[in-house]
Design a protein around this ligand. Structure first.
Ligand code: MN
Length: 236
């Protein structure tokens, strides 16, 4: 690509980003390699007005796709690892000898598994709450569901910079809150994630700008508690 083509492509890309809207097309090429971008599983506007369609489309089609592409670009150097499930890859980063590759895989395998989990964690819930064994475990740990909401909100609000807030299950079945920087995650620590919230600015900036607390407040309206219940029921 010569300089003129590069500038034309950049201009086309930024033009598309400015126009936005429902006709916005994915700019990131479809991934090819051992890992692929999973379908979102619902419409980009399914979480409106809490999470807007344009954010969902860019977040899935560009950000998540980029993590998958970047992962595919380096994991082929490690054919044994490329065959592993993604949660095993992020739990075995210490087996990658090259520090630069280890860091690339940490960030991009982390980005892939985190977003794959996050999309499934979202569904408009109309004020729904957890139930059954998960609700009991929440009440054991936090006393009340309201207190859990307060504590999770506090954790998500105080992630410094880019990162994630999680509700996780420990090996003994108890619950904890966890904050992770960048694309780090509970699988890296041998914990089972139950609920995830992406608090990178790309997850909310188009609609909420710098108002992360408003995005976190909206999150309570789009938690897929059925999915969270299923994660809690899994063996640690
Ligand atoms: Mn994200």
């Amino acid at each position: 690509m010569n300089r003129r083509q590069l500038l034309q492509n950049l201009a086309a890309f930024s033009g598309a980003a400015l126009i936005g809207g429902p006709n916005l097309r994915a700019q990131t090429p479809a991934p090819s390699g051992p890992f692929s971008l999973p379908a979102l599983g619902y419409a980009f506007d399914a979480l409106e007005p809490h999470i807007d369609a344009q954010t969902m489309q860019i977040h899935h089609d560009r950000h998540h796709a980029a993590y998958v592409n970047n992962l595919n670009g380096v994991i082929t150097k490690y054919p044994d690892m490329a065959k592993m499930p993604i949660d095993q890859i992020v739990a075995n980063l210490d087996k990658i000898p090259n520090p630069a590759d280890r860091n690339t895989i940490r960030n991009n395998a982390g980005g892939h598994i985190n977003h794959t989990f996050f999309w499934q964690s979202l569904k408009k819930n109309e004020g729904g709450k957890p139930s059954g064994d998960l609700l009991k475990a929440i009440e054991t740990k936090f006393k009340t569901y309201d207190q859990f909401q307060t504590d999770f909100t506090q954790a998500a609000t105080t992630v410094f910079g880019s990162g994630w807030a999680w509700l996780v299950k420990n090996a003994d079945g108890s619950l904890d809150l966890l904050k992770t920087p960048n694309q780090d995650n509970p699988w890296m620590q041998g914990k089972t994630p139950i609920l995830a919230l992406d608090v990178w600015e790309h997850a909310y900036y188009l609609k909420y700008q710098n108002r992360r607390p408003d995005y976190i407040k909206a999150f309570w309206n789009v938690i897929n508690w059925d999915f969270a219940n299923e994660q809690f029921a899994k063996k640690a």
